[in-house]
Write a protein that binds this ligand. Structure first.
Ligand SMILES: [Fe+2]
Length: 344
């Protein structure tokens, strides 16, 4: 899909709205040498128009991978009111970012590995206020629940306790486009998981079966990919069961086979998709369980329970049928069209 600036403007404006940029604020936009130029140009124009001033930095992607902020970036960041990160490996997974957020009170927003034109032209265009309402309802329900359970037709059945102290919530959120509710870290989990897709390679040639006991993955069975997974999780805390999450944004694409990053971060935000992770676990104030790896597995058509209530029924997010959500959606157009996952 070849896109033009005009198709990205609405998504870029939504990012400015999402980040609540004020006209007296200085915005720092940090990108990589490889960041898509169309994304950078469109976002720059919109952030520049909304803010007092805008500064753009290109940095080496390797710094993000090492979770180390270069001193030049840190200097500019210190002088900013808002930091926008378009990096493949977000700095949010490092201590320095959390120091800036919590101590220096500098707002931080990341596109994670989604700084692509296709994302600005689809999921980013979903009205932020409507997304906020969907997410608030999911968030509220999770806060009232003790457990999350994920099942599927192949035999996935895993239950995890929800951590109300440090659980990570993507709302009001530091990630744009918003699209997922994450329950992380997970301290007590038991069960069996069959994943469709893994970070790093995508679809598996045959189902991989994971056994989770006392919050640790004790067995990985399956085809050639299971060897890869065993290898990549063979580090300290690498088999920690870190996260349970499900998607909330009906306009995010379910782009499993054409995700150049192979992170599937975009697909994770598609309404009704579940993902779970082994390895590092983040909390609302930074990394809680550290590991050199964090590998997400995805289930495209799960059933998700919060306590006894089904919130995702075989891949369909029940909140998209909520009458209050439909009422609010009328402000933006036809609710049925707006809340349809087949929009893109
Ligand atoms: Fe994850």
């Amino acid at each position: 899909m070849s896109l033009h600036t005009i198709q990205l403007i609405e998504g870029a404006r939504n990012f400015v709205e999402f980040a609540e940029i004020r006209s007296d604020e200085n915005v720092l936009l940090v990108s990589e040498y490889t960041t898509d130029y169309l994304v950078l140009e469109t976002l720059s124009a919109e952030f520049k128009a909304a803010a007092a001033d805008l500064c753009i930095i290109y940095m080496d992607p390797a710094h993000g991978l090492k979770r180390k902020v270069p001193s030049m970036v840190l200097g500019a960041w210190n002088e900013s009111d808002v930091m926008i990160d378009l990096l493949t490996h977000t700095l949010l997974h490092g201590d320095q970012a959390w120091k800036m957020i919590l101590e220096r009170k500098i707002r931080y927003y990341s596109m994670l590995a989604m700084a692509r034109p296709q994302v600005l032209a689809t999921g980013a265009r979903f009205p932020p206020a409507l997304f906020r309402e969907i997410a608030d309802k999911a968030y509220q329900k999770a806060r009232q629940s003790k457990e999350v359970r994920v099942t599927d037709v192949r035999g996935t059945d895993v239950t995890a306790e929800i951590d109300h102290e440090q659980g990570v919530w993507d709302v009001p959120g530091r990630v744009f486009p918003g699209g997922v509710i994450c329950l992380e870290p997970v301290w007590k989990a038991e069960g069996i998981i069959y994943f469709d897709i893994f970070t790093g390679f995508g679809r598996t040639t045959q189902p991989i079966k994971l056994t989770i006991e006392e919050n640790t993955c004790t067995s990985i069975e399956g085809g050639i990919e299971s060897e890869w997974l065993r290898d990549h999780t063979n580090v300290e805390n690498g088999k920690n069961f870190a996260e349970v999450a499900f998607g909330l944004n009906p306009w995010m694409r379910l782009n499993i086979d054409d995700d150049p990053t192979k992170t599937h971060i975009e697909a994770h935000r598609h309404a009704g998709v579940a993902h779970m992770a082994l390895g590092r676990a983040d909390g609302t104030r930074g990394v809680v369980v550290d590991a050199a790896t964090h590998i997400d597995g995805t289930i495209v058509s799960p059933t998700v329970y919060l306590d006894d209530e089904i919130v995702v029924d075989r891949g369909k997010l029940k909140l998209l049928d909520d009458p209050e959500i439909h009422e609010l959606a009328k402000h933006y157009g036809d609710p049925k069209t707006l809340l349809s996952v087949s929009m893109f």
